[in-house]
Design a protein around this ligand. Structure first.
Ligand SMILES: [Zn+2]
Length: 203
């Protein structure tokens, strides 16, 4: 979502079965994704996938998959977060939220600027899902880093309940979010389902 609206391992090489057999851990980034992320933590801004390119659009319309615990512990994940943050904070094209899909990584990961917290920090939410959307809705202006030069109004719930994996404890956490930050969450989670806000208008 853009600022305008405000105003060495290869995939599948490591498979460890837990003793119970209930938990399979493996790195799930595919080779193309590993290449996009790279191994240089100073690489910075990533190219954005936009609707201006038909090949990019087919990526943006795909559904993202969960990150594994192995993904979350990997250097690739750490570098991906640093590079997504650099991309969304790019002063020449600033955003308030970004989904991994927008830089070509088809994983359930979003960064959202928490306007409801002190200092308005960007925070990352792996394996995020919407558990509840309020019946009460409001129209508001949105833009998207993947839809350059456009903005439009979208009807969104005023508050949402989200679930995600805490990357330190690996435990599922929940949060209730309201107001503009709740709109950002709905916009970014839509990306993970392959839905752009300009399509949400038609749903
Ligand atoms: Zn967007």
């Amino acid at each position: 979502m853009n600022r305008l609206s405000q105003l060495g391992l290869t995939a599948g090489t490591l498979i460890i079965m837990a003793a119970t057999g209930a938990c399979t851990r493996e790195l799930t980034f595919n080779d193309a994704e590993l290449e996009i992320i790279g191994t240089d933590s100073t690489a910075g801004i990533m190219p954005l996938y936009t609707v201006d390119d038909p090949a990019d659009t087919s990526v943006l319309n795909a559904v993202s998959s969960d990150l594994s615990s192995e993904d979350l512990k990997s250097d690739y994940y750490r570098i991906l977060k640093m590079r997504m943050l650099a991309t969304v904070k790019d002063t020449s094209n600033e955003g308030v939220g970004i989904a991994a899909l927008q830089v070509g990584i088809s994983k359930r990961l979003v960064a959202v600027q928490r306007f409801d917290k002190d200092g308005e920090p960007f925070e990352f939410y792996p394996n995020i899902r919407l558990l509840n959307l309020s019946e009460e809705k409001a129209w508001g202006w949105e833009g998207c880093l993947s839809v350059p030069g456009m903005r439009d109004t979208v009807l969104r719930s005023k508050s949402v309940v989200i679930s995600y994996i805490d990357e330190k404890s690996m435990v599922e956490k929940r949060d209730t979010v309201e107001g503009f930050t709740a709109v950002i969450f709905q916009h970014e989670i839509d990306h993970l389902e392959g839905i752009l806000y300009i399509e949400r208008k038609k749903l």
